[in-house]
Design a protein around this ligand. Structure first.
Ligand code: COA
Ligand code: AMP
Length: 633
């Protein structure tokens, strides 16, 4: 089904589909271009869309200098709030610009050149933003790696990006433990075929103050103290701003490439039209800079808009309690909160009646946005009732960089429908189709696809992998981008996203692939074969569960097997994979052609009704699987 008439009738949406070039060229006027674009789009290659191809700008200028030059240098740009250390720090636009310009000067003097890649492996500290913006300033391409990933994952990203430099810190802080980064970085460099020549380390007094930096690695503060600030260099609009790796269906992560120009325009447009955030407002995206939400709505969009962004090091619960979010909102006059539904579920679990809300009035807060996974109706009702503000689900992906479906709170607000990510956003010609690309009726589930070209801000391609880009997204439904998600439109044009059609799972808003977990589990000496599936989880939405078939003669007991497999995944992928359920089964259910029946496995694990697939080789396997499934709790 194509976008229903009710949506198509909406002004902005209608214009963006009928005349995308005029629509986006007008939106581009919000940007302070070095050379304004004369043409909006180059889509001569059916597999490529290049927005504002003749424009030139620099995102670091857009996010910082522009506001300083306009006389807003004293406005707060960044508020750092660490619930882990009790630290609060504010940076004005002038202060942040100066920090960025100096680090940019340091990077350049260390040989980081235009187009070079820089890996950023940093916790949630201001240096993470400074590093990203410093790379942008000199036309280097940053690739931020989430701190919850282990050395092998970091090494895989280093090998793909081939960086000149890596920026890190002594460590991060998780409740009850410190996460030492330097051993992980050392291990990743040893595993990597093309380690960067320069490593710069920020020494955090709170974490491993006595950490010994390996020989040749540079101290952040020393490097910056010796550097001279540099100006932002104008870059072509389609010059890559960053590569952000995300899970694909194979173990090899996909490097999503985003540009300077289209991204800046999309960020600016979304702040006003979707989030209703304007210069001087305060936005808090309670995510991590290692994810796309962090890139777009902790770093780039709020700063491009001239707003204030909050960088929060802490959790929704336990740091110190389930009132942490309300404390941050009150203390920093946050207007818009953006978080994952799992964070709301965590708060609800600890404080079901919202008793802690009584301590905070939060007069500044006008809207809560949720994304990363579906906002389930129960959590929606809880949050909307307790907070008394609109709670808006919106759906997007690392690939798109901003939301595909949302409620345009700043432009054309619509009633919220619990369970729905609302309506297609201008620029995204969303359709729900069957396996052959044919439209399906309202209310009927199908593949969610988007007609090309995708709007500004969405991916340019995959780093180093043009064929994989086409194969992953453009091959299945010619002329369309395949989102990998399934869902349906209702009669009013609201989209309900139901889940993935591939092996990607979503654990606490973190996107992971079961394929890479299987590759790790299979290395256990007692394991003959295995399957990892996502099963429903009341807190995290989904959690991975591993089903393993032991080699004949293997004698490992269930407890040891579980401990071994959990440790392996933690060591190879990282704690964020959160694998806890490991079940030994006599065999995996397969079709006669040898394909694992994952859907049936998921249904059994979830305790749902299931039909025995007619193609199954041995139906008896299913009973054994059901008997073996005892969740870890
Ligand atoms: N560095 C190192 N380890 C990390 C990490 C990081 N940056 N982030 C998470 N981890 C670790 C956690 O400490 C935990 O380790 P453990 O198994 O030793 O306890 C493990 O990875 C799993 O983390 P997580 O799934 O986040 O669970 P949690 O119990 O720590 O917290 C929530 C649960 C709901 C509070 C948390 O998942 C959350 O806030 N999620 C929001 C996610 C989000 O913002 N997603 C972005 C999309 S908007
Ligand atoms: P990521 O690339 O990590 O942002 O993950 C993107 C995937 O998360 C999407 O393809 C969806 O499967 C899921 N997702 C994100 N936001 C939503 C949402 N609001 N509703 C349903 N699924 C979502």
């Amino acid at each position: 089904m194509s976008v229903p008439d009710s949506v198509a009738a909406m002004g902005a949406y209608r214009e963006s589909i009928a005349d995308p070039e005029a629509f986006w060229l007008r939106a581009a006027a919000a940007i302070d271009w070095h050379t304004p674009p004369r043409s909006a789009l180059d889509h001569t290659d059916p597999h490529a869309w290049r927005w504002f191809p003749d424009g030139m700008l620099n995102t670091s200028h857009e996010a910082l200098d522009r506001h300083v030059d306009a006389g807003h240098g004293d406005r707060p740009a960044l508020i750092f709030d660490s619930a882990m250390t009790g630290t609060r720090r504010r940076f004005t636009y002038t202060e942040l610009r100066d920090e960025v310009a100096t680090l940019a000067g340091a990077l350049r003097s260390l040989g980081v050149e235009f187009g070079d890649r820089v890996i950023i492996y940093l916790p949630m500290i201001p240096e993470a933003l400074v590093a990203m913006l410093a790379c942008a300033r000199i036309g280097a391409v940053h690739s931020v790696v989430f701190g919850g990933f282990a050395a092998a994952e970091l090494a895989a990203r280093i090998d793909d990006a081939q960086p000149t430099a890596l920026l890190t810190a002594t460590g991060g802080l998780e409740p009850g433990r410190t996460v030492d980064y330097l051993p992980t970085v050392s291990k990743a460099l040893a595993l990597s075929a093309s380690p960067p020549s320069t490593v710069i380390v920020k020494h955090r007094p709170e974490v491993s103050a006595d950490a010994v930096t390996p020989a040749g690695w540079l101290d952040w503060d020393t490097v910056v103290a010796d550097a001279a600030p540099v100006d932002a260099v104008p870059v072509p609009a389609n010059h890559p701003l960053y590569v952000l790796y995300t899970s694909g269906t194979t173990g090899k992560p996909k490097g999503v490439v985003r540009d300077h120009g289209g991204h800046a325009v999309a960020m600016a447009w979304s702040m006003a039209s979707i989030y209703d955030v304007h210069p001087g407002d305060v936005m808090w995206a309670a995510s991590d800079v290692g994810w796309v939400v962090g890139h777009s709505y902790i770093v780039y969009a709020p700063l491009i808009a001239g707003a204030t962004t909050v960088l929060y090091e802490g959790k929704p619960v336990g740091t110190p309690d389930a009132g942490a979010f309300w404390r941050v909102i009150t203390e920093h006059d946050v207007n818009v909160l953006f978080c994952a539904p799992t964070a709301l579920r965590a708060i609800r679990k600890e404080d079901p009646d919202g008793a802690l809300l009584a301590d905070y009035e939060m007069p500044s807060l006008h809207t809560v946005f949720a994304a990363g996974e579906r906002l389930d109706p129960e959590t929606y009702h809880w949050a909307a009732n307790r907070l008394g503000r609109p709670v808006v689900d919106h759906w997007w992906q690392t690939e798109t960089g901003w939301s595909i479906c949302a409620n345009l709170r700043g432009l054309e607000p619509m009633p919220v429908k619990p369970g729905s990510a609302s309506l297609p956003v201008p620029g995204y010609h969303v359709k729900v189709v069957d396996a052959h690309g044919g439209d399906v009726a309202a209310g009927q589930e199908g593949n969610i696809v988007i007609a090309l070209p995708l709007p500004p801000g969405s991916l340019l391609g995959l780093w180093n992998s043009p064929e994989r880009f086409v194969d992953s997204y453009l091959r299945a439904f010619p002329g369309h981008y395949a989102t990998g998600d399934t869902g349906y439109f209702d009669d009013d044009g609201y989209l309900f996203v139901l889940g993935r059609s591939d092996d990607v799972i979503n654990v606490a808003g973190h996107r992971l692939t079961t394929g890479s977990m299987e590759a790790v589990v299979a290395t256990h000496p007692a394991v003959a074969e295995c399957a990892v599936i996502g099963v429903p989880d009341a807190l995290k939405g989904e959690r991975p569960a591993a089903y393993v078939v032991l080699k004949s003669g293997a004698t490992v007991d269930a407890q040891t097997l579980r401990a071994d497999v959990v440790a392996l995944v933690r060591d190879q992928i990282g704690p964020v994979a959160a694998l806890k359920d490991v079940f030994a089964v006599p065999a995996l259910p397969k079709t006669r052609s040898g394909k694992i029946l994952r859907r049936t496995m998921r249904q059994i694990a979830a305790g749902e009704e299931y039909a025995v697939p007619p193609t199954i080789e041995d139906p008896g396997v299913l009973d054994a699987l059901a008997a073996a499934t005892v969740p870890s709790g």
